[in-house]
Design a binder for this molecule. Structure first.
Ligand code: DAH
Length: 513
């Protein structure tokens, strides 16, 4: 005996064994017969059969059969005759009927006359001439005998439980009847039949015992020592199981929550800003001159409602204006232009989260460790790596002795915790010096991908805010990280709610276990 067969037999459920034995004795047994012969319920028979079929032990066939019976109208016609028959009966006696008297003479409903005449003509039982219906020779012939469809009506009436197949001599009549509305009831009956396959034969040849098997150990089994003598059915640990898609967080949410956790664990506290912000906080507080390219309409969404925002504290506004114009006492000469309050009042959808850093510095005393995650908005055209709104995480550390080295260390640590190794590239931002951009190398693309900007806030930023200690800050994109982690080529995928993709993503942190 082959090992395989032995193993297969040992893994058969008792219901499968019963079913197989029953089929051996009764190859044509229907599921119902098997159920009554074995004492199993029909559901168990079907699931055992499905399981045997999946192992190629039996074949399961599904037959669909139509069952025909008479509708209420059909029964009426079977009892009283089809309307054309009623007309023919009268014609047989009177040879002709004037059209206008048809319904009364034949005792049929006025509504039925059209159909009745149609069939009269089709069966060639009568002809109509100048408003008078005349019987034909065929009509005379049929006056005393049933037509094929009438025979079927009789047959169906005699077999009230329904008819599955019509004998050859009834076939034509049946076809004729199916062409008429509301006479036949058609019911579909599905039945199953089984056939033992060679592997099943082999199993039966080897033979097996039908014995109750323990599927669950109870307290009593253990206490009474019965577990020693119980028969156990081995598990097939390779059996296919239905795939279950558990509910889970959206991958972008997963990564955002992870980022928040990392910063919270690193001792940062979380702050939040608003989507609608004044140009003052979004640009001016960051020493971005009022004619800076990033402020242009094609880069920034300006709002109609509210058209403007309130400016903060007068002293801050004044100092900011001075710094922009002349550098005030920062050691810089500023941007050398006339700063405008109106421009600073404009309301924008924040283009980055960095305004949260300056506002936070204004409202808090160092030492400060703050982070913030949120959406930002830019007038980008949609494509595989740009969206007009996306997420950034902003970070800010301000204290005595904070240096550029701390900035690089913080970023390195953050990315490492997320599972990314980054490099730093010198960069320029109007609000930082030194400045850097973090990048990650993507092997499959053989290129460096930019992840975000960072730097040490310039005195021109810090002074008006009343801060005289160094501050490091960074603003990092989140979607790119998600794209790399989830191997997404097109950023739009993250917003598409593609249910197939979402379902198939691994559940735990999006990481393959
Ligand atoms: N705001 C920059 C951007 O959106 C990123 C950035 C650069 C943020 C330097 C900072 C910073 O806090 O110090 O691209």
């Amino acid at each position: 005996m082959s090992e395989d067969i032995k193993k297969t037999i040992s893994e058969l459920h008792i219901y499968e064994k019963k079913l197989l034995k029953e089929l051996e004795a009764n190859p044509d047994a229907t599921p119902n017969r098997i159920a009554s012969n074995t004492g199993m319920d029909i559901k168990s028979v079907m699931s055992a059969a499905g399981s045997l079929a999946s192992k190629d032990i039996i074949e399961m066939r599904k037959d669909v059969q139509m069952i025909y019976s008479l509708t209420e109208d059909g029964l009426k016609y079977a009892n009283q005759g089809l309307p054309e028959r009623k007309i023919l009966n009268v014609l047989a006696e009177k040879k002709q009927i004037p059209m206008k008297d048809l319904a009364d003479e034949a005792g049929i409903d006025k509504k039925e006359t059209g159909i009745a005449l149609g069939w009269l003509r089709q069966k060639n039982w009568a002809q109509i001439d100048k408003g008078v219906i005349n019987i034909t020779d065929v009509g005379k012939d049929f006056a005393g005998k049933s037509d094929v469809d009438e025979k079927v009506l009789e047959h169906l009436k005699a077999n009230a439980d329904g008819v599955k197949l019509f004998a050859d001599d009834l076939r034509d009549g049946f076809k004729k009847l199916t062409g008429r509305k509301n006479i036949l009831n058609i019911k579909k009956e599905t039945s199953h039949s089984f056939k033992i396959l060679p592997k099943g034969e082999e199993i039966l040849n080897v033979g097996f015992e039908i014995k109750e098997q323990a599927t669950q150990l109870t307290h009593e089994h253990l206490k009474e020592g019965e577990w020693k003598s119980l028969e156990y059915r081995p598990y097939d640990i390779k059996a296919e199981a239905p795939v279950i898609f558990a509910g889970k967080k959206h991958p972008l949410r997963v990564i955002i929550d992870e980022i928040r956790e990392i910063f919270l664990n690193m001792g940062f506290s979380e702050d939040n800003g608003e989507f609608v912000e004044s140009a003052f906080w979004n640009f001016d507080s960051l020493f971005q001159p009022q004619d800076h390219a990033a402020r242009e309409m094609q880069d920034t969404f300006y709002l109609k409602n509210p058209l403007t925002c309130d400016l903060p504290d007068d002293a801050l506004v004044k100092l900011t204006a001075e710094t922009h114009e002349t550098g005030a006492d920062t050691g810089s000469i500023g941007w050398q232009y006339d700063w405008s309050e109106d421009i600073a009042r404009q309301s924008v959808l924040r283009t980055h989260t960095t305004g949260i850093s300056t506002k936070h510095l204004f409202n808090h005393e160092p030492p400060i460790k703050m982070f913030s995650v949120g959406r930002v908005f830019r007038r980008e055209t949609f494509d595989y790596k740009h969206l007009p709104e996306f997420h950034q995480v902003e970070g800010l550390v301000c204290d005595k002795g904070i240096s550029y080295q701390n900035l690089l260390g913080t970023l390195k640590e953050f990315y490492k915790k997320l599972g990314f190794e980054v490099r730093f590239r010198p960069a320029y931002f109007p609000y930082t010096y030194l400045s850097t951009e973090t990048e990650i190398y993507l092997e499959e693309k053989e290129s460096w991908i930019e992840l975000g900007g960072a730097g040490m806030f310039r005195p021109e930023v810090l002074r008006p805010l009343g801060i005289d200690q160094p501050a490091l800050a960074f603003g990092l994109g989140i979607e790119r990280l998600a794209m790399i982690r989830y191997d997404v080529e097109d950023i739009r995928m993250l917003y598409k709610s593609d249910i197939k993709w979402l379902r198939e993503l691994p559940t735990v942190n999006g990481v393959e276990l």
